[in-house]
Design a protein around this ligand. Structure first.
Ligand code: PEP
Length: 230
């Protein structure tokens, strides 16, 4: 299983350091084959010790240059960061990233051999239109994306389940993952959207779920650990 924690704009450098120290101490108890990823805010990236991979939530597709407010490869290389989250619905919705912007980032970081956690997900209005509309919407989010890339992890995150406390049902996750797996074949497929200690076992048992991308419930070491060790 893969457990990825996305801090978004939460935690400081100091609290991330504290969090990761506490996490690292307890990760010896996880299954050896399980993988843990943490995506802290950019101000907290650093070299940390522990059985987890540190990634970034965003970066600009450039080595360096005149891109005010952005960071590029040079800044990531300083901390040996080789993992990036792309396509998150919050960046698509609130930061205005288009599919073309995202695919440009994808191609750049693929070229740099980054491990890419690529997020897709539909809004509620599409889910309410039925399964066919959902799949059409999700598959359009693969436009310009090399889904055969060997360092790719896909996260299916229904937007209406993110940060709302309302996870998708077992049937919704199961049918969507089954359909996505037909396209993705061997690419690991995570579920994201209000995954938490109380529903993690149920989610993990769904065929086609290779792990979880977790927002709110990853913010406290105890609750994220509870999920990892469940
Ligand atoms: C996310 O934003 O990737 C996410 C899954 O958030 P939450 O777990 O809070 O729903």
């Amino acid at each position: 299983m893969i457990y990825a924690g996305n801090f978004k704009s939460n935690h400081t450098r100091k609290s991330t350091e504290y969090y990761l120290k506490a996490l690292a101490q307890k990760l010896g108890a996880k299954q050896a084959e399980d993988k843990v990823y943490i995506f802290p805010p950019l101000t907290a990236i650093d070299h940390y010790e522990g059985d987890f991979t540190l990634g970034v939530q965003n970066a600009y597709p450039t080595h360096h240059g005149a891109f005010t407010g952005e960071i590029g490869l040079e800044q990531l290389d300083e901390f040996d960061i080789k993992t990036i989250l792309l396509g998150h619905s919050e960046r698509r919705e609130h930061l205005g990233e288009s599919q073309a912007d995202i695919s440009k980032k994808f191609a750049f970081f693929q070229d740099q051999d980054f491990e890419i956690v690529y997020c897709i997900g539909e809004p509620l209005a599409i889910r309410e239109k039925g399964f066919e509309a959902v799949m059409q919407y999700l598959l359009a989010q693969f436009e310009g994306i090399d889904i055969g890339y060997e360092n790719l992890i896909v996260a299916y995150e229904p937007i209406w389940a993110i940060g709302t406390g309302r996870s998708a049902t077992v049937e919704e996750i199961s049918s969507t993952h089954r359909a996505l797996k037909k396209v993705l074949k061997h690419t690991p497929l995570l579920y994201g959207g209000s995954a938490k200690p109380s529903n993690i076992k149920e989610i993990k048992n769904i065929a086609g779920v290779d792990g979880v991308l977790v927002g709110s419930a990853s913010l406290e070491t105890e609750s994220f650990l509870e999920m990892i060790l469940s």
